[in-house]
Design a protein around this ligand. Structure first.
Ligand SMILES: [Zn+2]
Length: 225
């Protein structure tokens, strides 16, 4: 991937699928669809809640959270009040659950947030919170199925455990053959340039902490097992 693709400012590396509706890296599509077929055989309707996301969409999420227009959560998914947080704490609270624009794995098209559409009770709004994927949650079966099968299709969970950065996200799968080289190619200086040229809210606070953000929230992931 080139610099524009790595940082979510191009769509030249992704394709749009209609069944299920999602946008993924062209090298991911076949494996994802095979995994979806296998899941369907076991009664699971594997659907992408979120797939490719570009820089501007990620920045819109960031800016709304920074402004307190979109809820912030602590590590235990408990809501936080933006007005009570200093800027330093706000950066942390956003990054526990949302990536820095330019540094989101969703820019690559290799990473997908998955749900089992067949397991969603009528009238229930999916939240993508760890409780839904826990042993008593609505996606417990999906989670177990992914544990047992995702590796065969080339996927892994980069946010499986808490490594001090991004909170565990059992719904977030990554296609190793695309995402491992992508992470190696995306340098700190590349990220700095993109952030510097953007209209991200809290830019001075972000730039001042960028090496830490890069190490803690982008590099510190769980690799394929
Ligand atoms: Zn995700």
């Amino acid at each position: 991937m080139n610099e524009l693709e790595l940082t979510g400012r191009a769509r030249t590396h992704v394709v749009e699928l209609s069944q299920p509706n999602c946008v993924v890296h062209y090298e991911v599509a076949a494996s994802f669809l095979s995994m979806r077929d296998a899941a369907a055989y076991d009664g699971i309707d594997l659907v992408a809640r979120s797939s490719f996301r570009d820089f501007n969409s990620q920045m819109a999420i960031w800016n709304r959270k920074w402004a307190g227009e979109k809820p912030l959560y602590d590590r235990n998914s408990q809501p936080l009040e933006r007005a009570k947080l200093g800027d330093y704490e706000a950066v942390d609270a956003i990054l526990y659950w949302s990536a820095i624009p330019g540094g989101s794995r969703h820019h690559w098209g290799s990473d997908i947030d998955l749900i089992d559409a067949a397991a969603v009770p009528a009238g229930y709004a999916v939240q993508l919170i760890p409780e839904e994927y826990a042993p008593n949650g609505i996606f417990a079966r999906l989670s177990q199925w992914l544990d047992a099968n995702m590796q065969r299709y080339g996927f892994f969970r980069p946010y499986r455990t808490n490594r001090g950065g991004v909170s565990p996200e059992p719904w977030h799968l990554s296609y190793a053959a695309v995402s491992l080289p992508a992470l190696e190619s995306l340098s700190l200086s590349m990220l700095r340039q993109v952030i510097d040229a953007s209209s991200i809210a809290g830019k001075p606070q972000v730039l001042a902490r960028l090496p830490e953000i890069y190490t803690r929230f982008m590099l510190a992931i769980d690799g394929p097992q």
